[in-house]
Each structure stands twice: as C-alpha cells, then as structure tokens.
Design a protein around this ligand. Sequence first.
Ligand code: GAP
Length: 441
Amino acid sequence: MAAPTVMDKLVSLAKRRGFVFQSSEVYGGLGSVWDYGPLGVELKKNVKDRWWQAMVQARDDIEGLDAAILMHPKVWEASGHVAGFTDPLVDCRTCKARFRADKLADAACPQKPSKHPGEHSTCDLTEPRLFNLMFKTFMGPVEEQAAVVYLRPETAQGIYVNYLNVLNSSRQKIPFGIAQIGKAFRNEITPGNFIFRTREFEQMEMQFFVKPGTDDEWFQRWRALRMAWHHDLGLNPDKLRWHQHGPTELAHYARAAYDIEYQFPFGWQEIEGVHNRTDFDLKRHQEHSGKKLEYFEQASGERYVPFIVETSAGADRVTLTVLVDAYREEQVEGELRVVLGFHPKIAPIKAAVLPLVNKDRMPEMAAALYNDLRRHFPCFYDDGGAIGRRYRRMDEVGTPFCLTVDGQSAEDGQVTVRHRDSMQQDRIALGQVLSFLRERL
Ligand code: GAP
C-alpha cells in the first residue's frame, strides 16, 4: 500500500481532532460537502474575523453587508451566470468517469491510470457539453408554478444590487467599498482535494467602487493589500505567488484578473482572485432592472456608472491553506512529533492549562488560572495522562502555549510556560500570564 500523503495525514488529523468531518458521514457522506467540528469552526472563524477586521473595521472607506443567499432570478440573468456560468463536461464511455474538458490534462482515467495523468488514449470520450454550475430550487408551494430560484454562486451580486442602498444610508463617497462574508454554492463537476473545491463554501468578498479611469490604479493597490494580508496571516511567503489570467482564462465579467496562488501538496492553486470587473455588472443590472445605478459626483457635477475592483477569497480555501502551511512532522528524541504551527492569532486554542500532579493546592490554582484565562480567549484544561503526551496533543492542534502548574507553583506563585515551536520552557509569575499571552496573540 502506498504511504499516506501529507493530504491523507491532514484529512485524518482534521477528523480525529475535530477540525473537519465529512457531511452526513453516517449515510456514507455527501460528495464534496464538509462540516466543521469544534476546532475547525474556531479556526475558520479566526480567518474570517481577521479578514473582517482588516477589510471593514480598520478602514473608513469600506462598509459591511450581509445579503441573502436567495435573490431575484433576474439577478443571475443580468450577471451572465444563467447563460455563461458553465463548465464543459465530457464523459468517458469506458470508465464512466466525468471530466472537465478544459482540465483533462490534470485528470487521470480511474480504470486505466497511466503514468501520465493527462493521457486519455484508452478513454472513449463524449463531445463536451456545457453544464451550468448553479444549483436551482423552487420558491413557492407548488413546484410547477413556482419560480425557479438559484443558490448564489458568488456573494458579489448581493453587493451590486445593494450598492445604492449602502451609499445612501452611509456617508460614503466614491471611492468606497462593500464587504461581505457568506455562503456560495456551485455544482462543481470535479470537486475535491478535501475542502479545496467543494459544492458549498464561504466567500469573503469586497467590491470597491471607483471612478472610471482610476480602476487600474485601485486594482494595483488592492493586489498589494491582499497579498500583504496573506503574509500577515503567517503563511510562508515562498509558497505564495501571483498568476495573471490570460485572455482565455478571464471570467466573462473581468477585464484584468490576478490570482493569489499557494503551493499545495497537489500543486500551485488559486486561493483568492483580484478582478477588475469594470462597469460590466452595474450596467447589466441597470439594463435588466430598468433602474439607474449611476453615481452623482457632487464636486464635478458628473454622473457615471462606477467601475468595480473586486477581491474574492474563499474562507474554506484559506482555512485549508493555513492547515497545510502549518502542518509539520519532526523527530524529537526518537519519537514523531506532529505540529500545527499556526500563527498564534489564528490558533483555535490559545493556551492550555495543565496541572502536573494532583496534590496540594495545584488543582485549585490550575482551575483558577483556567477560569480566568478563558474569559479572554479559547483555552483548554487537560489533567489526563503523562505531561509529554499532553504537550503532544496540544502540538497537534496548534496550541501555541501550555501553562504547567506544578508542586513548586503553590510555593513561588509561578507557572511554566512551554512554547509549542521551540519547546522551550520558562517560569513566569501567575499574575503575569494574562499580559504575557495578550502580547503574543
Ligand atoms: N466573485 C468572483 C468569484 O466568485 P472565483 O474566482 O470564481 O471568483 C473566488 O471565486 C474564490 O472563491 C476563489 O479564489 C476560491 O477561494 C473560492 N472558491 C471558488 N469556488 C470554490 C469552490 N468550489 N470551493 C471552495 N472555494 C471556492
């Protein structure tokens, strides 16, 4: 049997330690749909909170929004998704596998895998058929008479149709942005690689509305800001790069597009897109709704439809990226140590309190410390098993600091801080623990 790959190990760790579970697992799972467990929900929330902090709370020129998943079906006609949000699909008559015609080079035939993944000489492929990726459902009680509605395939459209509402209810002027985090759905033909490409996922999108002619400048500014955000998340900069879309890759709405790519174990892949969408979307909504979506610039007396620079990242994809980037194995004194070396700011558990021996006043001291710290950030209390094993359990879920309360603590009022990455241990006064952690989180 082949040795497990890094992805195999990560998927298994994610399940064992409560990061990510397969959806409806007791029924055999649902294809490429995943659930986040107790630690996964904290990790993903930390990613989203950092995005919201940087994009909305730290800026005066961006407002937040939470638009509904279901929208008027005309939105998707206007946006071009009904006609154009398709992938070319081919079936193999021999092996019955289904491929994206434009991604054949990356896929292997499951029945006759050759040494060359893109080789399909043994496949009997059908002609490509265009397959729309939007999930459809019905609104209203009687299916036949009810209107078809779609589960949104991107959150962006909820922002476009609300842009005047936000503008008129806030004190913004162009240039300004609207940001939102929310679910999106795509009936992907070839999903996979764990939570990399799924059918239900969350996007963190920001649409920046600018005066036509200033769009190139803003596009470059947003590219720089978004790359800096990924660096700030603690990702290895050597594993991040830009990919510029060539003319055949550009989405129907984009004049220019760059992806931020990360070097996953399965290759360089997109984690975020920065797009110059021009006035395409607002002009289309103007035509299809019959409502004017122009901006009146008081200073110049000009009226125009703004251009839009979009930054669009997947919350699940960035969560996978931080997991992959953090995962490492080391040999320590002849034993394997598995570590998730998360940046402390995104670690799901910030500190663990570990009483060493159950005697004297230690359990009370440890419990008091734990109860104090947990009011400030997610902490964990573990009094089970040998201390080395307790450290390893915390390393494996990426807890940056362990605080050990021992026999000495009752006498000198100090605890041992054990650092996840260096495994170094220092003594600090109980009264300083909170400020010590605050400075590092
Ligand atoms: N509004 C623009 C837009 O949706 P996109 O390049 O199709 O652009 C943006 O998607 C981001 O959303 C991607 O960079 C990726 O992080 C995430 N994403 C897209 N499809 C996904 C899927 N099937 N599963 C997980 N994340 C996905």
